[in-house]
Design a protein around this ligand. Structure first.
Ligand code: DX5
Ligand code: ZN
Length: 229
C-alpha cells in the first residue's frame, strides 16, 4: 500500500446485498472502487450488529484493492490478531472505544496492518494530537456511527484542523457518513482524501445492474476532484 493524497472512493459494503458479498465486492471493484470499506459493529459500542472476523476473512479473496476495516466495537484489543488473520490492510479503531487507544494503535501496527483512528462527531480533532506518529489514517465520522443512509454532519472545520496537524506525515484523512456528490467537495476541499460511501454507491444498482455502481462512483469522484485548486 503506497501513500498518496489523491481522492480514493471506498464503498461501504454495509449497503451491499448481505446474501451476496463476494459478487458485490467484485462488482464495485470492477466499477472503479479504490478501496473496500468493511463496517464491523458489535451491538454495544454502536446500536447495530454486522459481522465478525470469520466473515471478514471470507471477504478477503474477493478484495483485490485495499480492505479497509472499520471497527465499531469495544473493546478492540482482544480482536486485533483475528482481523490481522482475516487479512485487513487497514484496521481502524475508535478513539472513544476505550482508555488505551495509544496501545491499540501500536498493537495494530505490530500485527502488520495500517493503523486507523476514528473520531465520532462529538470528539474534537485534538483527541489525536498525541497519536499522529502512530497512525496511518484518521477517520472523521460525519454521522453518528451505526447505520448507513444518515444525513451528513458538517465536520469541515475539524477536517481542516486535522489536515494542518498532520503536516507532512503520511496520514490519510478518511470521511465516513453521508458522502455523496453534494457533500464530497466540501470534505476534499477541507483536506480529506479517502471518501467512504455506502448508500450513494449502491443506490439504484445491483450485481446484475452494476454499471449503476460505476456511475455513482464516478459522480462522487468528479464532484470531489472538481474542488482541487
Ligand atoms: C456508519 C458506517 C459507514 C456507513 C456509511 O456507521 O461507518 O461506513 O456505511 O454509509 P452512508 O454512506 O450511507 O452514510
Ligand atoms: Zn465505516
Amino acid at each position: 500500500m503506497s501513500f498518496d493524497r489523491s481522492v480514493k472512493i471506498a464503498p461501504s459494503i454495509l449497503s451491499a446485498d448481505f446474501a451476496n458479498f463476494g459478487q458485490e465486492i467484485r462488482a464495485i471493484e470492477a466499477e472503479g472502487a479504490d478501496w473496500v470499506h468493511v463496517d464491523v459493529m458489535d451491538g454495544h459500542f454502536v446500536p447495530n450488529l454486522t459481522f465478525g472476523p470469520a466473515a471478514v476473512k471470507a471477504f478477503r479473496p474477493h478484495v483485490k484493492t485495499v480492505m479497509d476495516v472499520h471497527l465499531m466495537i469495544a473493546p478492540v484489543d482482544p480482536y486485533i490478531d483475528a482481523y490481522a488473520d482475516a487479512g485487513a490492510d487497514v484496521l481502524t479503531a475508535h478513539v472513544e472505544a476505550g482508555p488505551h487507544i495509544h496501545r491499540t494503535l501500536q498493537a495494530i501496527r505490530a500485527a502488520g496492518m495500517k493503523a486507523g483512528v476514528a473520531l465520532n462527531p462529538g470528539t474534537p480533532a485534538e483527541a489525536v494530537a498525541h497519536l499522529l506518529d502512530l497512525t496511518d489514517l484518521i477517520c472523521v465520522m460525519t454521522v453518528n456511527p451505526g447505520f448507513g443512509g444518515q444525513k451528513f454532519i458538517d465536520m469541515t472545520g475539524k477536517i481542516a484542523t486535522l489536515r494542518q496537524m498532520i503536516g507532512d506525515r503520511p496520514v490519510h484523512i478518511e470521511i465516513d457518513g453521508g458522502v455523496d456528490p453534494s457533500t464530497a467537495p466540501l470534505v476534499t476541499k477541507a483536506g480529506a482524501d479517502v471518501l467512504v460511501a455506502g448508500s450513494a454507491v449502491f443506490r439504484g444498482g445491483s450485481v446484475d445492474n452494476s454499471s449503476v455502481y460505476g456511475d455513482n462512483i464516478r459522480a462522487i469522484r468528479a464532484a470531489a476532484e472538481g474542488t482541487w485548486t
